[in-house]
Design a binder for this molecule. Structure first.
Ligand code: FAD
Length: 412
């Protein structure tokens, strides 16, 4: 059997590794448009900060591909899939046949928009090579503007400050940071920490365009929706990502928000599977169809797809898709599940010293939480959300004051 995997990252590499673990004979080809072997995308901010290089963020050792007898094609883009012939065509015209194809093409950052968005010096943060370019540009830029208040934007802003950029300003349309993950109190803790490091925040305004440094083709400023502008030698835009679903869509496969797969990670095209950020999943808690946009989920899905491609049936259960954690300076946070709550939710909060806890309960079950400042035992909280066990008053107190331990979960 011949398996072709498009994408050499969390989903693709895990699938290749699992295939080889399960079967020594299967032929595996991994195709990546990037020039580098697999690395951890989550560690790109460390590269931007100047703390790590490619070797320091490798996802597998350099000899992983040869050791596992994987035919690796770097710098190679798959242009189209031809499902009727069970083949895909590369950009250079080469045709590669497959018995099973895994699309693990991830997601791409939403492109900067607005007047002047084609100017030099405007970046998004997704790949190692992009990160190197941002770093180079940052070394000569006196002022950087980050557009967007999401997690990747904030990680980028923090990394640029750590790299030594003098002035970093973040433009956020929402009233506070990380509105999808954090409530006002925990967001304020992060904002205070980052402000203390010299990062400036401009809330309530969108970036609408960019100004050029006359006649240079380079960005000079970011234009805001109130007509004002912010000088910038470099702009980092973080407006979310879009699943790379084009290959499957153009071949006639079913795509909504992302590629649609069944519980076996199979797409609507026979012999074609998909995993990682390119697919959509059903969130275990909300039941809503959402993009799968986490490294851990891409790994689970890649593994599950590998089993199924070898006809060893494995069901991929609906995942918990809201699982976020990061640390800015001395403030770590974890936000899991429906951490903001809804009309049916009961919300409990506690703040002791520099520790903040927010619990969201529905019908006596923990459906989401935020821990900020101290995230000890976050695994226990996450297990409770996953398990959906009832939360008694005594357990609730322990959760709020941070004394809960794994043994408490054995009570149910
Ligand atoms: C800065 C940053 C920080 C992050 N931090 C976290 C975090 O803390 N925790 C977390 O869970 N997640 C984090 N993420 C998200 C995480 O990186 C992704 O969820 C994960 O990388 C998805 O893996 P994937 O294998 O689906 O796809 P990707 O990692 O996106 O890889 C897909 C690969 O396929 C290639 N490709 C696409 N189309 C083609 C084609 N036609 N031909 C050949 N190759 C192609 C792409 O170039 C890419 O190399 C972060 C992401 C970024 C950018």
């Amino acid at each position: 059997m011949k398996v072709v995997i498009v994408g050499s990252s969390a989903a693709g590499i895990t699938a290749a590794e699992t295939l080889r673990f399960l079967n020594k004979q299967v032929q595996i080809t991994v195709i990546s448009e990037e020039p580098d072997t697999a690395y951890s995308r989550c560690l790109l901010p460390e590269v931007l900060a100047g703390f790590k290089n490619l070797a320091g963020i490798r996802y597998r050792s350099a000899d992983f591909y040869t050791k596992n007898n994987i035919d690796l094609r770097l710098n190679t883009k798959v242009a189209i899939i031809e499902p009727l012939n069970y083949s895909c065509k590369l950009e250079d015209g080469e045709v590669i046949k497959y018995d099973r194809l895994l699309i693990a093409t991830g997601a791409a950052p939403v492109r900067p928009s607005g007047l002047g968005s084609e100017l030099d010096g405007i970046f998004t943060l997704r790949s190692y090579r992009q990160t190197l370019k941002i770093g180079q540009a940052a070394d000569t830029a006196e002022q950087v503007v980050v557009s967007g208040g999401g997690l990747v934007s904030l990680k980028g802003a923090y990394a640029l400050r750590q790299r030594g950029v003098q002035k970093v300003s973040v433009v956020v349309k929402s009233p506070h940071l990380l509105t999808r993950q954090l409530d006002e109190v925990s967001a304020a803790m992060i904002e205070k920490e980052l402000t203390g490091m010299g990062i400036e925040f401009i809330f309530g305004l969108n970036q609408t365009g960019f100004e050029e440094r006359k006649g240079t083709g380079k960005v000079a400023a970011v234009v805001l929706e109130d007509g004002s502008d912010l000088p910038a030698g470099l702009v980092l835009v973080g407006k979310g990502v879009t699943p790379n679903a084009g290959l499957l869509k153009n071949a006639g496969g079913q795509v909504n928000r992302g590629i649609v797969v069944n519980e076996f990670m199979e797409t609507s095209i026979a012999g074609v599977y998909a995993a990682g950020d390119c697919i959509e999943v059903t969130d275990r808690l909300s039941g809503q169809r959402v993009s799968s946009a986490l490294w851990t989920l891409a790994v689970e899905q890649g593994r599950c797809a590998a089993y199924n491609m070898l006809d060893i049936k494995r069901i991929y259960p609906n995942p918990l898709t809201a699982l976020n954690s990061a640390q800015f300076g001395d403030i770590p946070f974890v936000s899991v599940g429906n951490a903001l709550g809804s009309e049916e939710s009961e919300i409990f909060t506690a703040q002791t010293g520099s520790r903040y806890c927010r619990l969201v309960l529905e019908r006596d079950r923990l459906v989401g939480f935020i821990l900020a400042g101290c995230i000890e035992r976050a695994g226990v909280y996450t297990a409770l959300v996953r398990k959906g066990s009832p939360v008694t008053n005594s357990l609730k107190s322990k959760l709020l004051n941070g004394t809960v331990c794994a043994a408490d979960l054995m009570l149910f």
